[in-house]
Each structure stands twice: as C-alpha cells, then as structure tokens.
Design a protein around this ligand. Structure first.
Ligand SMILES: Nc1ncnc2c1ncn2[C@@H]1O[C@H](COP(=O)(O)OP(=O)(O)OP(=O)(O)O)[C@@H](O)[C@H]1O
Length: 254
C-alpha cells in the first residue's frame, strides 16, 4: 500500500535571476504531513515558504528532490490540491454561490446537488443570505469566506493556504482562524498553511515548521500540544506563552 499523506523528500530549488546570478531558495527540504493534519510553515520573508508551496501545488518543479501525495508523485497542478491565496481571487462576474459551485462543474456532481453543497458551505462560513451577491458587493473578509467555501467544497486531498488571512485586520483574522478550525473539524482536511504570524501558527496547527533564511532550510519542527477543541481560549492555556516565546526565539536568532 502506498504511503498516505504528503511527503516532501530532499527538495532543492534554485532560481535564475535576470542578471545571470542564481538564488538558492530551498535546500534539502524534507517534510511529511499525515492525512487530516494541519501544518504551518513559519519563517522570515524570503525563506522559501511560497517556493515550497508552489512546488507542492505543482506550479513549479524543484531542481532536485520529489514530492508525493498519497504515494503519487506531483508533476503539475491538480484539483486534488487546492490553493487559497492572500487575495480571494474570486470570479467577479459570478455570484458567491456560482463561485463555490464553479470547481464542482468539473466533477460528476449533478447540478442540483452542486447548488445544495454550495449552499451548505456558504451557510457554514456564515454567508447565508449572500448566496446571490457578487464579489464587489461583499467585504474583503466575506470574499475570503467565499474563497474558503470554494476550496472546502471540493474536498481536496490537500489544501494549501498561502497567508490567506494576512490582509485582514486582527479581529477578522481571529474570526477567520476560528472558521478554519470549524471547517477542519467538519471535514478533517489535510492543510499546509503559510504564515508570518506566530500566534496564528500555534492556534491553527498540529505542528509548526520553522524555516531559516536563505537558502531556505527547516530549522525546527514543533508539535503544538494543545487539543484542537481548546484552541479558542489559547491565551489562558498553560504553556502557550512559553511555546510562543520558544518559537520567537528560534525565529529571531536565525
Ligand atoms: N521566480 C523567482 N525568480 C527569482 N527568484 C525568486 C523567484 N521566486 C522566489 N525567488 C527568491 O527565492 C527566495 C524565496 O522566496 P519565497 O517567495 O519562496 O519566500 P517566502 O518565505 O515565501 O517570502 P515571503 O514571506 O516574503 O512571502 C527569495 O530570495 C526570492 O527572492
């Protein structure tokens, strides 16, 4: 039986710059994510987090090493791996519901069922009543909820999230993290989440992988010891401050 989950083996990435020089972005990255696990990549700007996410999404090929999902080698983009970006990237000419059903059209789901599933997802992200609104009629946070609904409705084998809440204010960001945890509890989705925010990484993930600056290497992998059910009141969780400080020390002494 092939191994389930994501497996990144000895991945290196180098970019050729326009002036003929090279940038070594990733150096020998090895990482596994079990099915249903949420793992955050945390690290300074330019440490290669997006480069790794682009390879896993299949947008870029590494110069060496390989990535497998459920044993299958990744060689290009696939609907099995859905990406949520910092900007919601919705289709402006489609309503919220149509944006959510769009990806389902490629599957064999019949139209009535698609409508039903989209409605259910929009309810889950708190957008009931806005099914027929166009993106320009929604706030930035509401648009990002639609983007989350669009990703989760597809049941992808892996959800890749590249700083999805970075453009939102602190309060909305917190609400979106809670929403992500709620969706995860319902769907048990495997998620790789890129962030700069230490608290966000601790709050939403089972494990935090800390990158160090160029060339991007993994400095440390830490397991977050708090049960997912208690992530809401993390500030009162004994050991939270210590973990946050430990991660900050690791990041600021890179
Ligand atoms: N297409 C490209 N061509 C040349 N260099 C690139 C390219 N993409 C990324 N790089 C370089 O690779 C390194 C890693 O970039 P990457 O965007 O992966 O970092 P990051 O950790 O995601 O940064 P940030 O947190 O700022 O988004 C950087 O030095 C960047 O300049």
């Amino acid at each position: 039986m092939s191994e389930q989950g994501l497996s990144v083996s000895e991945v290196c990435q180098t970019f050729r710059n326009e002036n003929g020089t090279h940038t070594e972005a990733l150096d020998n990255i090895c990482l596994t994510i079990r099915p249903g696990e949420i793992v955050s990549l945390l690290g300074p700007s330019g440490s290669g987090k997006s480069s790794l996410l682009n390879i896993i999404a299949g947008f870029d090929a590494p110069v060496s090493g390989e990535v497998r999902l459920d044993g299958e080698r990744i060689t290009g983009p696939s609907a099995q791996r859905c990406v949520v970006f910092q900007t919601p990237a919705l289709f402006e000419w489609l309503t919220a519901r149509e944006n959510v059903t769009f990806g389902l059209k490629r599957s064999r789901v019949p139209p009535a069922r698609r409508r039903e599933e989209a409605g259910e997802m929009l309810r889950l992200v708190g957008l009931d009543g806005f099914e027929d609104s166009y993106p320009h009629e929604l706030s930035g946070g509401m648009q990002q909820r639609v983007a989350l609904a669009r990703a989760f409705v597809l049941h992808p084998r892996l959800l890749l999230m590249d700083e999805p809440f970075a453009a939102l204010d602190a309060q909305l960001r917190y609400l979106m993290q809670s929403l992500l945890l709620k969706l995860w509890k319902k769907r048990g989705q495997t998620i790789l989440f890129v962030t700069h925010d230490v608290e966000e990484a601790i709050r939403i993930s089972h494990r935090v992988v800390i990158f160090e600056r160029r060339p991007g290497r993994i400095r440390e992998e830490l397991t977050v010891p708090f049960p997912m059910e208690r992530r809401g009141e993390l500030l009162g969780e004994p050991g939270f401050q210590a973990l946050r400080e430990q991660i900050q020390r690791l990041m600021f002494t890179l």
